[in-house]
Design a protein around this ligand. Structure first.
Ligand code: NFE
Length: 506
C-alpha cells in the first residue's frame, strides 16, 4: 500500500500570503510546491503614470523593504536621465539601505526564525527552557530587545529620509534630503548605541573579532572561547542549530545570485570586498565558482504561474503581467513568476552575498556541508558585522565634506533603465520603459520572487521547493523542519508566521 500523502502548509500572517504544498513518501518530502496566493499587480498599477511615480508608488510594494524599492526605482531613473549621482547622495542612499537591512536581519532572526526553537517539536530538547526564555513571542528577552533596538536604528531613516517605511527621498541624480551637522551627529549616536547592543547581545564579541572567524573550525573554537560568545544570541543559534540539525537540511539549488550591495562612492576610505563597483560584489555563483552578473541573462518564466502566456521566458524589459486566474489548469499553482539566470533557478540573499564575495567562512561551510538552513541563517545574523563599520565611515565622510547631494535632471520623455540593488532578502530589480513622458512598462523582480519561484517550463524547481524536496521529517504532526527551511530564506513575511493548519489528503 502506498504511504504517499499530500499536505498543505499555509504560512499565515504574512505579507504576500504563502502556501506550501508538500507531498510525502512515508516521513520524507518527495515533492514541494511553493504558491504565492495573493495577486497585487503593482506592475500594472504603474502603467501610463508619470515617469517619477515609481518613486512614490513602488516603495508601497512592501512595508519592510520599502527603501530598497525606492533605491531600485531611483537607480532605474538615474540610468534613464544619465545623471551622475554625487558621492554624498550615494553615501546617504547606502546608509539608509544598511539601516533598513539591520532592522530586517535582527527582526527576522529574533522575531521570525528563532521563534521556531520554542516549537512543541523541541519540548524534550536540552535547549528548550533557554529557547522559551529568549524567544517566546512578545516576552522573550531577545525578542523584546530586538523590538526595542530595531525601532531605534530606523530613526536613521527618519532623519535622512523623512519617514520609514514608504519614503520617497531618493530621486534621479541623488537625494532630496541634505543632512545638517546635527543630523549626522544624531545618526552616529544611534548607530553607536545599536552597535554596542548588537555586539554585546546578538554577536557576543566585537565586529572586528568576528571577522577573524574564517572556517568551521574557527566557528567551533569561537563558540567555546568565552562565556560571552556562548551566551549571545549567535551562541545560542549555534548550539540550537547543532542539536536541530540545521546544517543537514535545506540545501536548495546550489546556484546563487547577488546584484552587488551598496554602490561605492568614487572617493571613499571604505575598502570594497570585491571588484565590481559595489561594497559587496555582484556575482552568479554556481558550483562554488563566481561569474559576473549580466542582466541580459535574467528571464521570467510563467509556465506554472497564474499569468497568461505560453510559458515562454521573457526578459523583464519585455515582461508582461496579465493575470489569468482560472485555476483550472493543474500545472499553474502560484501568483509568483519563475525568474531564471542563464536558464537556471538561483537563490538570493545574505548567503549569496557572502559567496559572491568569496567570504572564507561561508566558502568553507559550503565546501564542507553544501548550502543549508544553517549557513543561510548564519549569513543573515552576522551580515551586520560587515555593514555597521562602513555605515559609520560613510557618516563620517558626509560630515567632512561639503559636496552636493543632487545633480539636476531634465524632463523625462523617453528611455529605458533598470535599477538593481540588494534588498534585505537579496537581489531586487526594477525594469522601466518610458515613452512620451509616460511609463509604458514596469517590471519588478523581488528577492522572494527568486527564492519562492515555482517550477519553470523545464520542470526545474524553485530554490526553496528544491530545499524542501528530500527532507526527512522527524514528527509529521509538527513538521518544524519545513519552517526552518522556508524561514531561512527570509520570505517576505512582515509578521510572525506559523503553520496554521495541516490538512491531510489521502
Ligand atoms: Ni517584502 Fe523585499 C526584501 C524586496 S521581498 S521584503 O528584502 O524587494 O522579496
Amino acid at each position: 500500500m502506498s504511504s504517499r500523502k499530500k499536505v498543505i502548509v499555509p504560512l499565515n500572517r504574512v505579507e504576500g500570503d504563502l502556501k506550501i504544498h508538500l507531498e510525502y513518501d512515508g516521513d520524507t518530502i518527495y515533492d514541494a510546491f511553493s504558491a504565492g496566493t495573493m495577486y497585487r499587480g503593482f506592475e500594472n498599477i504603474m502603467k501610463d503614470r508619470g515617469p517619477l511615480d515609481g518613486l512614490v508608488i513602488t516603495p508601497r510594494i512592501c512595508g519592510i523593504c520599502s527603501n530598497s524599492h525606492l533605491a531600485a526605482a531611483a537607480k532605474a531613473l538615474d540610468m534613464i536621465t544619465q545623471c551622475m549621482v554625487p558621492d554624498n547622495a550615494t553615501r546617504v542612499r547606502n546608509i539608509t539601505l544598511i539601516a533598513e537591512q539591520l532592522q530586517n536581519d535582527v527582526r527576522q532572526h529574533s522575531l521570525l526564525f528563532m521563534v521556531d526553537s520554542t516549537s512543541p517539536a523541541y519540548v524534550s530538547s536540552s535547549f528548550y527552557d533557554e529557547a522559551l526564555a529568549r524567544y517566546t513571542p512578545l516576552k522573550g528577552r531577545s525578542v523584546v530587545e530586538a523590538i526595542e533596538n530595531t525601532k531605534k536604528i530606523l530613526e536613521i531613516l527618519s532623519i535622512l529620509g523623512g519617514q520609514w517605511p514608504h519614503s520617497s527621498f531618493m530621486v534621479p541624480g541623488g537625494v532630496v534630503s541634505v543632512p545638517g551637522a546635527n543630523d549626522i551627529v544624531q545618526c552616529k549616536y544611534i548607530l553607536r548605541q545599536f552597535r554596542m547592543w548588537y555586539e554585546k547581545q546578538v554577536l557576543g564579541c566585537s565586529c572586528d573579532l568576528w571577522r577573524q572567524v574564517r572556517s568551521r573550525q574557527d566557528l567551533e573554537a569561537w563558540l567555546e572561547a568565552s562565556p560571552a560568545h556562548y551566551q549571545s544570541d549567535l551562541g545560542f543559534f549555534l548550539r540550537f542549530g547543532r542539536e536541530a540539525g540545521l546544517s543537514r537540511i535545506g540545501k536548495g539549488t546550489e546556484n546563487f545570485i547577488s546584484y552587488g550591495f551598496l554602490d561605492m562612492p568614487r572617493n571613499t576610505r571604505v575598502q570594497s570586498l570585491g571588484s565590481t563597483g559595489y561594497y559587496m560584489p555582484a556575482g552568479f555563483v554556481s558550483k562554488g565558482s563566481v561569474r559576473q552578473v549580466n542582466q541580459h541573462e535574467i528571464m521570467e518564466d510563467t509556465s506554472h504561474s497564474w499569468f497568461s502566456g505560453h510559458g515562454e521566458e521573457l526578459h523583464p524589459y519585455d515582461g508582461m503581467t496579465i493575470p489569468y486566474a482560472t485555476g483550472s489548469e493543474g500545472h499553474r499553482y502560484s501568483w509568483g513568476k519563475a525568474p531564471r539566470y542563464d536558464g537556471q533557478p538561483a537563490e538570493t540573499g545574505p548567503l549569496a552575498q557572502m559567496l559572491a564575495a568569496q567570504n572564507p567562512l561561508f566558502m568553507d561551510l559550503l565546501n564542507q556541508d553544501g548550502p543549508s538552513a544553517f549557513s543561510r541563517q548564519l549569513a543573515r545574523i552576522v551580515r551586520p558585522t560587515l555593514t555597521i563599520p562602513v555605515m559609520d565611515q560613510w557618516l563620517e565622510e558626509i560630515a567632512q565634506t561639503d559636496e552636493p547631494f543632487f545633480t539636476p535632471y531634465g524632463e523625462i520623455r523617453n528611455g529605458q533603465g533598470h535599477g538593481m540593488v540588494e534588498a534585505p532578502r537579496g537581489s531586487l530589480g526594477h525594469w522601466v520603459i518610458i515613452e512620451d513622458g509616460r511609463i509604458k512598462r514596469y517590471q519588478v523582480i523581488s528577492p522572494t520572487t527568486w527564492n519562492a519561484s515555482p517550477r519553470d517550463s523545464n520542470g526545474q524547481l524553485g530554490p526553496w521547493e528544491r530545499a524542501l524536496a528530500g527532507t526527512k521529517i522527524r514528527d509529521l504532526k509538527i513538521p518544524v523542519e519545513v519552517d526552518h527551511i522556508v524561514r531561512s530564506f527570509d520570505p517576505c513575511l512582515v509578521c510572525t508566521v506559523h503553520c496554521a493548519d495541516l490538512r491531510w489528503e489521502v
